[in-house]
Design a protein around this ligand. Structure first.
Ligand code: IVH
Length: 723
């Protein structure tokens, strides 16, 4: 226990203070000046807060050069310095990622304005907090004359040349714009642009180009582009911009515009040609702020760009003036952060997992860490090349990222935290489960176990795949139970699921399973299955019975589900549906030639080859026959009438909430009319169907000139009515 002594300063505190300052200086330099941070933002924030707390306890030790005493970064010497006419402030950050974060802000505003419960809710504007870099755009007489970074808030860097290359930023304004206008906003890089840029960078590096690198995230890529000394290179780095505020502006008495609210100001900026995010919304009181926070949090991963929270601003400009500033932060605004998607942790081990198709995946076992809203203990390293590129080793400190439902991954290693010289990771050349050879085919990224269904890992995955909800659905058949069923050799192949206990019984009686079938009537089969299941760990008779019922139920299935459940490589749900629709009957699919398979929409040479190969294997044909013998059935028919095909060849993308149709309904209707539904908008998209709260897909559609339909428009199209 540390004792509290107000007069003596524990020397370890002083030491910690010095270390923290040094560390933060280094990271701030990497972040602001080099655009190459080596730790996640959340880690920087944590260190920063620790320093703030220590300094609060020992105010006499605060030095002017402490990182806590500065806003933002330092100007690079290569760029001319720009003194901002109006300082560029920062906003207070609310790190409480609960609803209370918004409620605290509203309560504070109401207190400052001396409002009581009887007064109406305060009107706010809620905006995304864009994860890029702040920019001040100065226009004189309608012409862009200067673009400057924030720098330390007082002085920034003149990056006009580079900013001029951003197509979204107007170089000239309409004549109703004031003589002097400074627009503030965020320069950022869209995620798709970022991915494409990194891909180009990787190709350059692969081609042996010197001095090229890939970027850690869109923000760093954007910052790097803005502060690129060669405008020609900057121009190849696609940047975007959102406006969210003003700097200097011609005052009303000199003929400048008068705005009553922040929202009106944004609308005017839009009318002058500045991009303003469609997500920006007016909100009444804390309730609507919370709703906004939740709604944007939900959409976060689907947006075309990174955000790290939302910003709430008091809408009325006169109230903003009344509220004023504390030091360098306005009282009328707050940033409310989302849970961090990147955190630091350590690698405890590197395992290799075997998937359904034998694919070996290196997985880092991590010290548990809370990231992206959940506790993560595993992160994929994808494949040999990725693992090698990232050079993750046991004991390393790593950045883990988890965004949305995407599986957690290791972003990078903090090399300066590596202790000693741990062994580099190498991919095993034998399967870690069944010891069969593992091979990496030429042109493939993955090693695969060659054990096939001899490999228990592959068997387990194949069974789980067959039993999943989207396939034949055996409710209650989870991975723990499948582990046991396979380990104890109760289930070797899919049909064994419907013949539980048969193998052991046949061996006991020294007869074949076929002979056993003749001896067991339905009730005896049930009894044998029930006793077999009840013998498993953690299996009560009741749950065993439930599972048997679920197995029974799963026998009545559909052709697409059954086909998908077989786990043929490259045959996903959509392809299974197409195959079923085209051929109508399983036998027709099993005997189809590659050429015949190629006639199916969606089936290319690789898929056709894979289907043919699968059914060329006698044991796969046998599995199908046995499943049928066990009573697995589905309605078969002649090839489906391909009546409504007027939408065939058309691709739709759905976004937002439609007034009456659910997403699945809309999808089913489009597919029934021969159309396809895709997840993302491209030039090949025929229509985007947009409902309320439509997100970046709508922006993208407008950008690419893809026709946009509302629900009524979709209905008209489905009925074949010309628009
Ligand atoms: S308003 C006086 N609005 O967050 C308020 N800032 O510390 C000035 N940011 O680096 C900022 N999205 O670049 C505002 N919708 C938004 C924002 C936003 C991102 C950034 C800004 C600055 C930091 C604020």
């Amino acid at each position: 226990m540390q004792t509290l002594d107000l007069f003596a300063m524990p020397s370890d505190d002083a030491q910690r203070l010095a270390t923290l300052r040094q560390t933060l200086h280094e990271h701030a330099h990497r972040y602001y000046v080099l655009d190459e941070p080596s730790i996640p933002d959340a880690e920087y924030d944590r260190l920063f807060r620790e320093l703030q707390a220590l300094e609060a306890a020992h105010p006499e030790l605060i030095t002017p050069d402490s990182p806590t005493q500065r806003v933002g970064g330092k100007a690079l010497e290569q760029f001319a310095q720009v003194r901002h006419a109006v300082p560029m402030l920062s906003i207070r950050t609310e790190t409480d990622t609960q609803a209370s974060g918004a409620e605290n802000f509203d309560a504070r505003i109401r207190r400052e304005l001396s409002l009581t419960e009887l007064d109406a809710p305060v009107t706010y504007v809620a905006e995304p907090k864009f994860d890029g870099l702040a920019m001040n755009l100065r226009y004189e007489h309608g012409v862009l004359v200067q673009a400057a970074t924030r720098g330390d808030g007082e002085t920034g860097e003149d990056v006009t040349q580079n900013i001029r290359t951003i197509g979204q930023i107007p170089l000239r304004l309409p004549t109703d714009a004031p003589d002097v206008l400074e627009v503030r906003g965020e320069v950022y890089m869209r995620r798709d642009d970022f991915e494409a840029l990194n891909e180009r960078q990787r190709q350059k590096i692969a081609a042996g180009a010197k001095g090229e690198k890939t970027f850690v995230n869109p923000r760093n890529a954007a910052a790097g582009a803005v502060r690129q000394l060669d405008p020609a290179i900057a121009a190849q780095r696609p940047l975007s911009f959102f406006a969210y505020g003003l700097g200097e502006i011609t005052p009303p008495e000199a003929g400048g515009p008068v705005f009553a609210t922040h929202y009106d100001m944004l609308q005017t900026l839009k009318s002058w040609g500045f991009p303003v995010s469609a997500l920006v919304k007016r909100a009444q009181g804390a309730i609507e702020l919370v709703a906004f926070y939740d709604a944007i949090g939900q959409q976060r991963d689907g947006l075309g760009f990174d955000i790290d929270g939302v910003v709430y601003k008091v809408d009325s400009l006169s109230l903003q003036r009344q509220l004023g500033f504390v030091t360098r932060e306005p009282r009328w605004a707050v940033a409310h952060k989302f849970p961090a998607q990147e955190m630091l942790t350590t690698v405890l081990a590197i395992d290799v997992q075997v998937g359904r198709t034998g694919k070996l995946t290196p997985v880092a076992k991590l010290a548990p860490v809370f990231v992206g809203g959940v506790t993560v203990t595993n992160a994929t390293l994808h494949n040999e090349d990725e693992a090698r590129r990232k050079d993750v080793r046991v004991g390393d400190t790593v950045i883990v990222r988890r965004a949305g439902d995407v599986i957690p991954e290791v972003v990078s290693v903090l090399l300066d935290k590596r202790v000693g010289e741990p062994e580099p990771f190498t991919m095993p050349h034998t399967c870690p489960v069944c010891a069969s050879a593992a091979v990496r085919e030429e042109g493939e990224a993955d090693y695969r176990c060659t054990g096939g269904l001899f490999c228990s890992a592959q068997r387990k995955q194949a069974i789980l795949h067959f039993a999943q909800r989207r396939a034949v659905e055996v409710e209650g058949l989870g991975d723990k139970l499948v582990d046991q069923l396979v380990e104890r050799d109760v289930v070797r192949t899919l049909p064994d699921l419907y013949r539980l206990g048969w193998r052991a019984q046949a061996e006991l009686l020294a007869i074949s399973q076929d002979q056993l079938a003749d001896e067991l009537d339905a009730s005896k089969q049930q009894a044998l299955a029930l006793s077999t299941l009840s013998n498993m760990d953690r299996m009560a008779v009741l749950s065993a019975q439930n599972l048997l019922d679920a197995l029974q139920k799963s026998k009545q299935t559909t052709l697409p589900r059954f086909l998908f459940g077989l786990g043929i490589r490259h045959v996903g749900e959509a392809t299974a549906k197409e195959l079923a629709r085209h051929f109508g009957q399983l036998d027709a699919i099993m005997t189809a030639t590659e050429a015949q398979l190629l006639e199916v929409a969606d089936v290319g040479p690789i898929v056709a080859r894979s289907i043919r190969t699968f059914f060329d294997q006698p044991h796969n044909v046998e599995v199908v026959a046995q499943l049928r013998a066990c009573g697995v059935t589905w309605p078969e028919g002649p090839p489906a009438e391909r009546a409504p095909t007027h939408l065939s060849g058309k691709t739709f993308v759905l976004t937002g909430t439609l007034p009456t149709l659910g997403r699945e309904d809309a999808k089913a209707l489009i597919e029934a009319a021969g159309g396809k539904v895709a997840g993302s908008v491209s030039k090949k998209t025929s229509y985007v169907v947009a409902g309320s709260e439509a997100g970046s897909k709508l922006d993208k559609a407008l950008e690419l000139d893809v026709p946009v339909l509302d629900e009524a428009g979709l209905q008209a199209l489905l009925q074949g009515v010309d628009e």
